[in-house]
Every structure is written in structure tokens, then in C-alpha cells.
Design a protein around this ligand. Structure first.
Ligand SMILES: Nc1ncnc2c1ncn2[C@@H]1O[C@H](COP(=O)(O)OP(=O)(O)O)[C@@H](O)[C@H]1O
Ligand SMILES: [Mg+2]
Length: 295
């Protein structure tokens, strides 16, 4: 801009020294028949037009540049969010493995040792029949404990009930078990589903309900949690989990934990919609929409 102004001043100075306008007039005057003397004004209009056009282009380019900077910032933000999420995912995975390893070591190991010890004592043949009977009872109890631990661990690894029962019955069983273990009422309204649904969709819905109910038990202090699953007129799977507990603010809920973020990611992986609503003192209502997928 400064160089254009300097050039204009220099040109004005040189033109006045050379009497440029007079020279042009003298020259163009001869060609009056083709109106050559009017051309400088046309060039003036052309240069004003070009100046306006370049100003407009520079404004547009500036807007585009700002837009690009904003989208680059957004991409950086998303990348940061992604790596943060991946980190949390791996941490959660490790925590889960550690918990399983601890359970295997502590519970299974100890119970097996107890069974072995009881069997060894019986094997010595020094016990009276009543003692043998009591020992056998303890072995049976330990075996029962072992099968419960195995069932619990299997459920954590893979909800096998899905294979044997299908999603609707597996969810009803989950709600019943949850109600029995927490003492919180859990009415479960599952409509007839168009089976067989894809394995990924079934596991996703099961895990979503599992995580939502775990949260209710851990954080909500609720007396009731309602679970509903049905198919909409537009052939989408709709899931609703609502509790009547203490609720929480959105900013608090999505800041630290992994459970809710994991739920969101699961829903996003199926191109579904996740809606989370809560007011302090008014419980939490999670509504999820998932496109149907068949096996
Ligand atoms: N049903 C609920 N009622 C009240 N607070 C909830 C509920 N579900 C989640 N929250 C809040 O949201 C937070 C994040 O939940 P989540 O991501 O599952 O992590 P975590 O359960 O490991 O704390 C919880 O710590 C809790 O404060
Ligand atoms: Mg949780």
C-alpha cells in the first residue's frame, strides 16, 4: 500500500515536470475523430474498478483465511479430544484387566486352595464320617462360589446371555438381577424386537444399559430406574433409561469419568444419537436412537 502511494507521488511529480497532460492533449487532439482524448478518463474508471475489485478480493481472502484458521483450530481441538479419549479408553481397559486379574488371583486362587486343602484332609482318612460330611459341604460351598465368580467374570468379558436368550430377554434378566442386587426398583419395558439384530448392535445396547444402571447404583441415590426399548415408526431402535435420583450438571458429568464418554462413543460408532438430560434433584434421563442393523 505504501509503495503504491510512493509510486503515485513520484509519478505525479514526474508528470508535472514533463507537463504530461499537455503532451497527451497535443497528441490525442490530432485523433479527435476517434475520441482518443477521452480514453484517459476510461482508463481512470478502469483503474478505479480494478482497485475496488482487488479490495473486494482481499476482503474475501481475509474472510476465507479466518475461516481456515478457525477450522484448523477445530481440527486440533478434535485431535486433542481424540487422543484424550483414546488414553482414557486404554486406562479403562487396563483397569478392567487389573480387576479381572485380581479377581482370578484372590477369589479363584483362594477358593481352589480351600478345596485342595479340604480334599487332602479327607484323603488322609483320619476323619470321622461327620467330619467328612462337613468337609464335603465346605467343598460344595467353595465350588458354588467358584461358579458364581466364573459367571460374573464371563459376564464382564462377554454377555453370553445375548447368545442364548437374545437381546430382549437378556435385558430383562439384567434389569431383574440389578434390581435384586441394588434394591432399587427397575421396571423394564422391552417391546418385541425385529430379531436377529446384529451382534454389534445387541452388545452395544446391552453395554449401554449396563453402564447406565451401574451409574444409577453408584451415583444417583435413586429409588427407581426405568428402562425402555422399542422400535420407532421410522424403524429406529429407541432406548430410554431414566432414574429419579439426585441428578447432576452436564459439565460435571462429562468432565472426568469414562463411562458416559464411552456410551457416547459406542452410540457414535453406530451413527446413532445420544441425548443426556439432567437437573440437580430431578434425576438423569438418557435417550438413545440407533439405526437398526440385522445379523
Ligand atoms: N444417573 C446419575 N445420577 C447422578 N449422577 C450421575 C449419573 N450418571 C453419571 N453421573 C455423574 O457423572 C459422572 C461421570 O459418570 P461416568 O462417566 O460414568 O464415570 P464414573 O461412573 O466412572 O464416575 C459421575 O461421576 C457422576 O458424578
Ligand atoms: Mg460410570
Amino acid at each position: 500500500m505504501v509503495s503504491v502511494l510512493v509510486l503515485t507521488v513520484i509519478f505525479g511529480f514526474v508528470a508535472s515536470q514533463w507537463e504530461l497532460s499537455e503532451h497527451i492533449f497535443e497528441y490525442s487532439h490530432v485523433y479527435e475523430s476517434i475520441e482518443l482524448d477521452e480514453w484517459p478518463f476510461s482508463f481512470l474508471v478502469l483503474s478505479i474498478g480494478l482497485a475496488w475489485y482487488s479490495w473486494r478480493r482481499s476482503v474475501e481472502a481475509n474472510v476465507e483465511l479466518q475461516e481456515r484458521i478457525r477450522s484448523e483450530q477445530r481440527v486440533q481441538e478434535l485431535l486433542r479430544h481424540n487422543s484424550d479419549l483414546a488414553q482414557r479408553l486404554f486406562t479403562a481397559q487396563e483397569d478392567e484387566r487389573r480387576a479381572l486379574a485380581r479377581e482370578l488371583h484372590d477369589e479363584m486362587g483362594q477358593t481352589c486352595t480351600a478345596i485342595r486343602t479340604e480334599a487332602a484332609v479327607i484323603g488322609m482318612g483320619k476323619m470321622d464320617p461327620a467330619g467328612v460330611g462337613q468337609s464335603a459341604q465346605r467343598i460344595a460351598q467353595s465350588a458354588q462360589q467358584l461358579s458364581e465368580i466364573t459367571r460374573h467374570m464371563l459376564l464382564q468379558l462377554r454377555p453370553m446371555v445375548l447368545d442364548s436368550m437374545g437381546l430382549a430377554d437378556a435385558l430383562s434378566a439384567l434389569c431383574q438381577q440389578w434390581q435384586a442386587s441394588t434394591g432399587v426398583r427397575c421396571p423394564c419395558d422391552i417391546h418385541t424386537l425385529p430379531e436377529p439384530l446384529s451382534d454389534y448392535l445387541s452388545v452395544t445396547v446391552y453395554r449401554l444399559v449396563q453402564e447406565a444402571l451401574t451409574n444409577v447404583a453408584r451415583h444417583a441415590q435413586a429409588t427407581e430406574a426405568d428402562v425402555k426399548l422399542w422400535v420407532s415408526d421410522t424403524r429406529e431402535l429407541l432406548l430410554s433409561i431414566q432414574d429419579n435420583g439426585k441428578g447432576t450438571r452436564h459439565s460435571d458429568a462429562f468432565q472426568h469419568g469414562f463411562g458416559l464418554l464411552g456410551m457416547q462413543e459406542r452410540v457414535a460408532s453406530l451413527k446413532g444419537e445420544f441425548n443426556w438430560q439432567s437437573q440437580e434433584g430431578k434425576g438423569v434421563h438418557i435417550r438413545i436412537k440407533l439405526p437398526l442393523e440385522w445379523a
